[in-house]
Ligand binder design. Structure first.
Ligand code: ADP
Length: 342
């Protein structure tokens, strides 16, 4: 490229981490830093704004700033990227600086969705509690103790559903935040054994056989609370989406520097078209069944986030009507800072 910009201006542009372009008074490109060369088609020749920017809006912007001598800021989408563009007059012409806001917009959209979904999910137990409380007042006035006891029990169930939803929302928020990560040695085998003991009573109530193959110890570097969330959510689902008289098999094995946990159930299975979506928050294949099992639609989303925080992976295989296997692989060593997902 013809380098006609003064060396200090060129150096200044190169020092910017955001894409930046400089046009001279004759509207010829005189400097483009490395990030802008990745964004725009900048070769070895002096280009006009329309040749470089390929956008009438940006070309007009350069003209406007050159004419008025005042800086202008505008948002523009180029090839699916949302760029906040600042055009400012400088001694040699007009400088354009682009800030990529695509990721931020996506995070904002996810947050908005999250709040909307969470409020919607909370409405059901809250309105249930209101209705039951009204009914309870009536039965108490009538002196109908049997019915009052029944209603009080259902009231307690709805309140605990709401409590569970709030606890899970808080867990998910904590996992989604890129806060300090704990990497202390945790015996995954002990966590799995304890969680199996916890679900046995519920499994027995449905005549579900729970069988496991665990090593003596399986140490991974991580957070015990988060590892427990992974195991408990997978086991709760293996019971909740099973059939009476069914079975659950839990295996923990060493595989290539990782521990692989596989939870297989003989339950209802998951339709193929839903397999990709079940890890999304609030996604449920069958809302009625999820509610019946006390589900909130957040369990697998919590699993996915907790696994990713440990630098691991989670996968599912399922045959509708026959059962599912969820497999989690957790590296023995903690992920290096650069490899940690955000
Ligand atoms: P929920 O609280 O509804 O169980 P999850 O996030 O744990 O929420 O799971 C999302 C959905 O994935 C469930 O509603 C259910 O439809 C499906 N699912 C999860 N685990 C299993 C399983 N072991 N067998 C069949 N379906 C499952």
């Amino acid at each position: 490229m013809n380098v006609t910009a003064t060396p200090p201006l060129r150096q200044l542009l190169e020092a910017l981490s955001d894409p930046a372009l400089l046009f001279d008074r004759d509207h010829r490109l005189t400097a483009a830093n490395a990030p802008s060369r990745a964004l725009f088609d900048v070769g070895d020749e002096a280009y006009t704004p329309s040749q470089v920017l390929g956008s009438a809006h940006l070309t007009d912007l350069v003209q406007e700033v050159a004419d008025t001598g005042r800086p202008v800021r505008m948002g523009i989408t180029i090839e699916g990227r949302e760029l906040e563009t600042t055009a400012a007059p400088v001694a040699d012409g007009v400088v354009l600086v682009f800030r990529d806001q695509t990721a931020r917009s996506r995070v904002d959209a996810i947050r908005r969705d999250f709040v909307a979904n969470a409020s919607h999910e909370m409405k059901t137990p809250v309105s249930g509690i209101q209705t039951l409380a009204d009914a309870l007042t009536v039965t108490l006035e009538r002196g109908d103790t049997t019915r009052s006891h029944e209603l009080a029990e259902r009231l307690a169930e709805e309140a605990s559903r709401l409590g569970r939803l709030i606890t899970e929302l808080l867990s998910l928020r904590r996992l989604e935040e890129d806060g300090e990560r704990v990497h202390t040695p945790v015996d995954l085998a002990a966590v799995v054994a304890e969680e199996i003991d916890r679900i046995r009573v519920r499994a027995q109530a449905h005549h579900i056989d729970v069988d496991c193959e665990l090593p003596g110890t399986a140490v991974v570097a991580g957070s015990e609370a988060d590892l427990r969330l992974i195991v408990s959510n997978l086991l709760d689902n293996a019971v909740g989406y099973n059939r009476d008289g069914g079975s659950i098999r839990v295996e923990l094995r060493a595989v290539r520097g990782s521990w692989r946990l596989a939870v297989t159930d003989s339950g209802i299975g998951i339709p193929r078209q839903d397999l990709d979506r079940i890890f999304e928050r609030f996604y449920r294949v069958d809302i009625a069944r999820s509610r019946a099992t006390g589900g909130t639609g957040l369990g697998l989303s919590i699993v996915r986030h907790a696994v990713e925080r440990h630098g691991g992976t989670v996968a599912v295989r399922s045959i509708l009507g026959e059962g599912s296997t969820f497999t989690v692989e957790l590296p023995v060593q903690p992920p290096s800072p650069a490899a940690r997902p955000g």
